[in-house]
Design a protein around this ligand. Structure first.
Ligand SMILES: [Ca+2]
Ligand SMILES: [Ca+2]
Ligand SMILES: [Ca+2]
Ligand SMILES: [Ca+2]
Length: 364
């Protein structure tokens, strides 16, 4: 009991300090708890929430209203209802094996982002008691999912958004864009995949959070880096991240996900499905300027030979064909050839990839 009291006083002192500091910074760290222990608590709270709340409404625009089942109410809980699939994604982070619940209101008909792409999405965030802590009021905003990017979103977003797809869009004469058929869902995140110890404006430390969201659009990114001693510089190789997701066929959990496993704090003992590393040097393909470790960079391997029978605007083979631009009638931008296959005829767009084929390491 004494121990508990002491702990409580410490916590109070911490909170007092936090209050004084408000305004100095967005984030304040109270006290570091164990990720695994916190996850067990959060998971209990989330499951209780799913069993005591129900989906009151999903309107035509895929706005969702979730409310607590009133006492004596007969509404089917989120857990029990069958209208929308309640799914689980397995996530490994900070040495915790998470099972993250999310509702699929609509999958979407377009493309799925990877957890390293940029997305255009709307969202509403609530606590388990229903308090809204933030919302974009249905409007889209751009977000970087890659957790190491300055200003990136929380880890949970990068884990759940790739399970959804963008939709279609039409642009009116006045420039207004209308989105339809987009992916829409709700994710129920344990604090370890949210803000954990960092209390936010309306989110106390160690609080599970709920986001409803719509995925309107995405931007493919290309993240390769050059490592020189302790200096790391961006050096994109022209192959977007989603084409460097090489474990596609092996395990469903790894499709659409790329991880920087040099980060031993987040990923001390990563399972095999998280690895996308052709040459096994510890640097994932999407970060590796020489994926196959043959000593020739992908940039070199995809450079067009000067005598190649190609036209176009780029010094490098495009991953997919580039069409002629009708607004420039005097220039032929057409690049029909993708990155050539080893021994290939340069006419198969983009498929076999010399950058992961260590037997092919020179431009012919
Ligand atoms: Ca790349
Ligand atoms: Ca992967
Ligand atoms: Ca590598
Ligand atoms: Ca290479």
């Amino acid at each position: 009991m004494n121990k508990f009291k002491y702990y409580f006083i410490l916590l109070l002192a911490g909170i007092a300090m936090v209050s004084c500091n408000k305004g100095d910074d967005d984030e304040t760290v109270v006290e570091l708890r164990d990720y695994k222990e916190q996850y067990l608590k959060d998971n209990d709270s989330i499951i209780k929430y799913l069993k005591t709340n129900y989906i009151k409404e999903v309107n035509a625009n895929y706005d969702v209203v979730i409310e607590k089942i009133p006492s004596g109410g007969t509404q089917a809980s989120i857990w029990d209802q069958k209208t929308y699939p309640l799914k689980i994604r397995k996530v490994y982070n900070h040495d915790v094996n998470y099972e993250v619940y999310y509702l699929e209101l609509r999958k979407g008909t377009g493309e799925a982002p990877t957890n390293t792409d940029k997305i255009y999405a709307s969202y509403k965030g609530t606590l388990l008691d229903g308090t809204v802590f933030d919302t974009s009021y249905g409007y889209g905003t751009a977000f970087d999912l890659f957790v190491y990017t300055q200003g990136a979103v929380i880890d949970g977003w990068g884990e759940i958004f790739p399970q959804f797809r963008t939709g279609t869009s039409t642009t009116a004469a006045n420039g207004e864009i209308t989105y339809d058929n987009f992916g829409a869902g709700v994710m129920f995140l344990p604090s370890g995949l949210g803000y954990f110890a960092s209390a936010q404006d309306k989110i106390p430390a160690y609080t599970p959070i709920v986001f409803s969201f719509k995925l309107f659009g995405l931007l493919r990114l290309d993240h390769d880096i050059r490592i020189n001693g302790t200096t790391v510089t961006a050096d994109p190789d022209g192959i977007p991240d989603y084409f460097e997701d090489v474990n596609k066929a092996d395990n469903n959990n790894g499709i659409g996900y790329l991880y920087d496993l040099r980060d031993k704090v987040r990923y001390p003992n990563p399972p095999a499905w998280m690895v996308d590393d052709t040459d096994g040097d510890g640097i994932a393909d999407f970060l590796d300027v020489d994926d196959d470790g043959d000593g020739y960079t992908t940039r070199f391997e995809t450079t067009k030979p000067t005598d190649a029978p190609v036209t176009g605007i780029s010094k490098y083979y495009p991953f997919d064909p580039i069409p002629d631009n009708p607004s420039t009638p005097n220039v032929d931008e057409t690049e029909t050839y993708g990155i050539p296959a080893f021994g290939g005829d340069y006419t198969s767009p983009g498929r076999l990839r010399i950058h992961v084929d260590k037997n092919h390491h020179s431009v012919k």
